[in-house]
Design a protein around this ligand. Structure first.
Ligand code: PLP
Length: 418
């Protein structure tokens, strides 16, 4: 079942006509489906139910407080990469003992903040960070629980900007060095080694890379036992892909089916950090056609959403399906669907076959729930857009559209210098 589908000739979000939401909240507008979010969480829970596990949702994919709150209610944990994400996760009610903290550049303040809140563990990405966490924990008279993020040197066959487990990547500790660093960690007074972590990339569409990477970290896991290090948490990261166009990514169940046999006899609890596969297909971005324009070379459909609202096409060359909110025109054209931003890289789609829409009509950019709003900016002094959550025939605003005033809220004109 699809929660975004055409009924009676127009696009619905669950049981609400998208047009009704547009009339009420304007465009551009992110719309999320509660039913889809719940279904995706359940799919993971059911897939991995055979083994002890924690699902730590990757907050960076979509960090709206209302969405985090839905996950908190379901008892889901969080994978965070900043102090701000920790703040939001805690605010939403996610339990600190289900929060894991990754990232190559944790600051002193972020480390202290996480220590004070007793998160489950730091996923440590370098030797220097290990020393830093030990020192900070000592100052606070605490013991920091850590996993080392191991870089297993695996090619996840995805876009190079979202591959994170290759030797050349800035992430994690090279697997050959891992044993030495584990020994070092064990020798530190204010560090407790409890886990092993890897995350090899995003939008992964084959299970083989997961199997290969997990096997690599499990051989390290076995080695660690010989050094009297008992690993309680095996954190396999996130990265499962979704269908944007014609990809056929594995269902969480298929992933579980190949991974569970590998960990079944290990003592450690599994941690899974899905982001995109939870929220990606749970959201759309609705935009209004402002103008159409034909040049000798191209047709352009100029819309009111730009790369500041959804940067994925610009940043990764990503494909998003785009469909009219009220389809039905026979004539099709091939067009670039572009935003109002003053950059040639500002596009939502290139050379796309689409119904011949006119100014004033609306388009839905599908599968925009992950790395959509969370990557948005105010570039071109554009207020960030509103977000709405739909549940059945009910809906609620979960983020107000910014105003011009919001744009200058933190800016200061130093009269004394002018
Ligand atoms: C981004 C990230 C994830 C989530 O990746 P998805 O592709 O959105 O599932 C999980 N773990 C870590 C450490 C990450 O950086």
């Amino acid at each position: 079942m699809h929660f975004f589908s055409h009924k009676k000739g127009e696009l619905y979000a669950e049981d609400v006509p998208v047009k009704e939401l547009i009339n009420k909240f304007g465009t551009p507008l992110y719309i999320y489906s509660y039913g889809t979010l719940i279904r995706h969480i359940r799919a993971y829970e059911e897939a991995f139910c055979e083994v002890p596990h924690i699902i730590c949702y990757a907050v960076k994919a979509n960090s709206n407080l209302a969405i985090l709150r839905i996950f908190a209610e379901l008892g889901i944990g969080a994978d965070i990469v900043s102090g701000g994400e920790l703040f939001k996760a805690l605010k939403a009610g996610i339990k600190p003992y289900k929060i894991v903290f990754a990232g190559v550049g944790k600051t002193d303040e972020e480390i202290e903040y996480a220590l004070k809140n007793n998160i489950l563990m730091f996923n440590v990405e370098s030797e220097a960070e290990l020393h830093k966490i030990n020192e900070k924990a000592k100052n606070l008279k605490k013991v920091a629980s850590v996993a080392l993020r191991v870089n297993p040197d695996i090619d996840p066959k995805t876009h190079k900007y979202i591959a994170t487990g290759l030797k050349s990547s800035k992430f994690g500790i090279p697997i050959e060095k891992a044993l030495d660093y584990y020994k070092l960690a064990k020798s530190m007074k204010n560090i407790k080694v409890i886990g092993i972590h890897k995350h090899i990339g995003s939008q992964i569409t084959e299970t083989s890379a997961y199997v290969e990477a997990l096997n690599k970290i499990l051989s390290l896991y076995d080695q660690l036992a010989n050094y009297d290090m008992e690993i309680e948490y095996i954190d396999i990261g996130g990265g499962l892909g979704i269908t944007y166009r014609d990809e056929e990514p594995p269902h969480p169940k298929e992933l579980a089916d190949v991974l569970i046999p590998l960990v079944k006899n290990k003592k450690g609890k599994l941690i899974i950090e899905p982001g995109r596969s939870i929220v990606g297909n749970a959201g759309i971005l609705v935009t209004k056609v402002l103008y159409t324009k034909e040049t000798e070379q191209k047709n352009f459909i100029i819309v009111d959403a730009g790369m500041n609202d959804l940067i994925r096409p610009t940043l990764y060359g990503s494909y998003h399906e785009i469909q009219p909110v009220t389809p039905g025109k026979k004539e099709k054209i091939v067009a670039d669907i572009v935003g109002p931003i003053c950059e040639s890289g500002d596009f939502l789609a290139k050379d796309r076959e689409i119904e011949k829409v006119s100014a004033g009509e609306y388009l839905a950019v599908m599968s925009a729930g992950a790395y959509g709003f969370s990557m948005s900016s105010n570039y071109n002094s554009r207020p960030r857009v509103a977000e709405v959550l739909v549940k059945g025939d009910q809906y609620a605003l979960i983020r107000k559209r910014e105003t011009y005033k919001d744009l200058i809220r933190n800016e200061i004109v130093p009269e004394e210098l002018l």
